[in-house]
Design a protein around this ligand. Structure first.
Ligand code: PLP
Length: 393
């Protein structure tokens, strides 16, 4: 029987209507939501509408909803629930950090690979560097996105912050974030992580990593609804951030007109109104935490490994991703043979009911990217690669 930890895969697949229609392997872009999450959003809207959108009962419900979301995020990444700020996306979370720090002119910040990072984790830093007169140090990277530790140490000396993706959106490589966290802390450098491709896909422990900031969406590997994300911000590091939005929920005004920011998470949470999104995120988190993050990673790797193996048999294909399995997520990227256009391959696959994506891979080229999640299975993996083989041969 096909099991994911203690749960039958078939039971989980039934929760995702898309499995009846297409082979959906574009979870690195946006994942579908399980039925229970769709119901949680609907039930929330029904409750609010029936009980009165602005009533004391609903007030209490909202307070406990946000508390539950934070508790589940705390389980997901091993932080304190007061260190969880709800955002609309990874991009917003990263901007809150990049723009919120009280930089001094001439401060240095370090980016892994510059243009090789996802632009969501490059452009906010570049824009901040340009507007605040900072120097941006960019680490050189190899084909799979890794860098030299010697170079990292040199770059970190005298810098204020380093940022990098946990899992790379294009090659699927898992960055050595614990080692980076150690070197950053030895050099008294803040560490910010873009976890868009890792949160919900593999186990994460911010305490072990030693990062101060981590941003991720609810709508990729966590399988939550669109439009909601998370910024983890350690309590100590929150003091370094000027709040991006200030309002009655985030600050108080004293009698002599002095404005004081509230404690975390209120300090960075003014104006949040996406409660249906929070209801969906809470439900999706419950769903994936029940399966277990180690189980999810192992299952996804098994499917990805099968795809890599099958792709390896197709002549002329160039596969990305490190040899060492422990350094790989389930993202499988490859260059099609004979400089064939990745976008065209993706479009053709879509016509056959297989959803992959095309993503920049450096050198002005795009790779074909498959990003299977736990609701995909081995039959889908071999069928999808079968289409690729037929198309390319
Ligand atoms: C590594 C990485 N960072 C950031 C983003 C942008 O995420 P969001 O849409 O949550 O801003 C993506 C989206 O694909 C990504 O892969």
């Amino acid at each position: 029987m096909d099991m994911i930890g203690e749960i039958e895969a078939a039971d989980l697949r039934r929760d995702f209507a898309i499995t009846r229609k297409t082979i959906y392997m574009n979870n690195g872009a946006v994942a579908p939501t399980p039925l229970s999450t769709i119901k949680a959003v609907t039930n929330f809207l029904l409750k609010v509408s029936e009980d009165g959108p602005d009533s004391s009962g609903i007030e209490d419900h909202l307070v406990s909803l946000l508390s539950e979301v934070r508790t589940r995020i705390a389980h997901l990444i091993n932080c304190d629930k007061d260190e969880v700020v709800l955002t609309e996306s990874t991009t917003q979370g990263l901007n809150i950090v990049a723009k919120g720090i009280a930089w001094n002119k001439g401060d240095s910040l370090v980016v892994r690979g510059g243009k090789h990072e996802h632009y969501a984790n490059y452009l906010p830093w570049l824009a901040t560097a340009q507007s605040r007169g900072l120097s941006l140090r960019e680490l050189a990277v190899d084909k799979n996105g890794f860098f030299e530790f010697g170079e990292l140490e040199k770059a970190l000396r005298g810098s204020r912050l380093i940022t990098m993706s946990h899992v790379l959106y294009n090659t699927g490589s898992i960055m050595p974030v614990e080692e980076v966290g150690k070197i950053a802390s030895e050099n008294d450098v803040l560490f910010c992580i873009d976890a868009a491709q890792s949160a919900g896909a593999l186990p994460i422990d911010v305490k072990k990593i030693g990062c101060q900031f981590m941003a991720f969406p609810g709508f990729k590997w966590i399988c939550g609804p669109l439009g909601i994300g998370v910024l983890y911000c350690s309590k100590k590091a929150a003091e370094l951030l000027e709040p991006h939005v200030v309002g009655g929920e985030s600050a108080v005004l004293s009698e002599n007109n002095v404005l004081a920011n509230l404690e975390m998470p209120s300090r960075l949470q003014a104006g949040f109104r996406n409660y249906p999104g929070a209801a969906g995120l809470e439900s999706a988190l419950r769903y994936i935490l029940r399966i277990g993050l180690t189980n999810i990673w192992e299952r996804n790797l098994r499917i990805a490994n099968l795809m890599r193996e099958e792709l390896g048999r197709i002549e002329g294909i160039e596969l990305y991703g490190p040899e060492e399995e422990q350094r790989r997520s389930s993202i499988v990227s490859f260059l099609p043979p004979k400089a064939m256009d990745a976008e065209k391959v993706v479009k053709k696959l879509e016509e056959n009911g297989v959803i992959f994506a095309a993503r920049d891979i450096g050198g002005g080229r795009k790779a074909v990217r498959a990003s299977p999640h736990f609701f995909n299975d081995e039959t889908e993996a071999t069928t999808a690669i079968g289409y690729v083989r037929r198309m390319l041969s």
